[in-house]
Design a protein around this ligand. Sequence first.
Ligand code: KIV
Ligand code: ZN
Length: 382
Amino acid sequence: MSGQVYVFDTTLRDGEQSPGVRLSLDQKLEIAFVLQELGVDIIEAGFPISSPGDFESVRRLSEELESVVVCGLTRARSKDIEVAADALGPAKRKRIHTGLGVSENHLQYKLKMSEARALEIGVEAVKLARQFTDDVEYFMEDSGRADKEYLYRVTEAVIAAGATTINVPDTTGFTSPDEYYSLIKNLLDNVPNADKAIFSCHCHNDLGMATANTLAGVMAGARQVEVTVNGIGERAGNTALEEVAVALRVRHDKFEVDTKIDTTKLLSASRLVSKLTGMVVQRNKAVVGANAYAHSSGIHQDGVLKERSTYEIIDPRLVGAEKSEIILTARSGRHGLKHRLAEMGFSFTDERFEQIYGDFLKLADTRSEVDEDDLKTLVTTG
Ligand code: KIV
Ligand code: ZN
C-alpha cells in the first residue's frame, strides 16, 4: 500500500455549497492558485451543468491551472457528463466525478429507483465519462447508510466499467470513526477488483466527526481524502484540509502516510478562504484558529516558556504562524508576565516586579485580556 495520500480539494464545489457563500470567478481563481501552491493533487472546480457561472469557472480553472488535476462534478446523466467534459476541455489533466445515491433512503425517496436500475445507470455514466478522460471518479452518495452488499456490487461494477477512484461519501455525517474504518476496509477486502482503484474518503461534519472519520478511512487503506479549507461545506461542513494534513504530518508515527501539502502555507490559505467566503474561523478551531497556539493560564505559560513541547504538539511554524502567543489574563502567572514585559524591553527589581504583578492581577480581573497598552500604563504608574 502506497504511503502517499492524495488531497482532493472541494472548497470550490462542496465548500461553496455552504449556506451564504458565493464566490466570483476571480475569487475562485485566487483560491485555486493558492490551493495549487499548497500542493493539493486534485481541485474540484465546480458542477458545470448547475449554472453558466459554474461552467465558466470550471472552464477558466481548466485553462489556468498547471500542476493539478481539475475535476468537474456531474450527476450520472449523459448531459451532465458531456457538459462537464466540455468545461474541462482545456485542462492538462482532467477528472470527471460522477455518481449516484446508494442508500435505501436515497434510492426510495430521492431517486425513486431500484438498486439494479441505479447500478445500471452508474455503470453507463462511468462508461460515458471514460470516453472523455481516463480519470473517472465515482461517488456512491450516502455510502455511510447504505447496505454493504449493495455497495460491494456497485463498486465492483463501476470499477469494471472504468472508474479509477471510488468515492465513499458519508454524505450525512452519520458514521462514527470505527464504522467508517470498517466501511473502507470491507470494501477493500470484499470487492474483487478493489486493487484497480483508489478509495477516497468524503466525510461531512454533522456530528463533529468528519476529520476523525477521514483519518479512520486512511488507516483502513483509503489513499485519497476529500477536504475543504477551514472545513466549509454543506450544513456543518466537510473535513478540514488543514486538520488532515497536519494530523498526518504530526502523527506520522501512527498513520505512516503523508500528503504533499506544504503545511507552512496553511494559515494564509485559511485566512484567504475565510476573507473571500465571509465564513469566520472560530477562535478555537484546530490548526488555524486564532487560539490554536495561544496560552493564557499560568501553569501552561510556565510550561511552554520552559519547553514548548510541554503543551504544544504542533510547532506553530509548521502551519506558517510565527510563534506561539502568551496571552495575559487573570489566570496568568509571574513567568508569563515577566516574559511579555521582557519582550517589550522592560526589566525590574524583584520588589518592583511584585508590585506590578499585584496591579496586573487587579486589572486582569476586570477584562478578558491585558494588552500591551495596559502593560505600559501599569509599569509607568504606581
Ligand atoms: O457529500 C456527498 O455525497 C457529495 C457527493 C456529491 C460527492 O458531496
Ligand atoms: Zn459532500
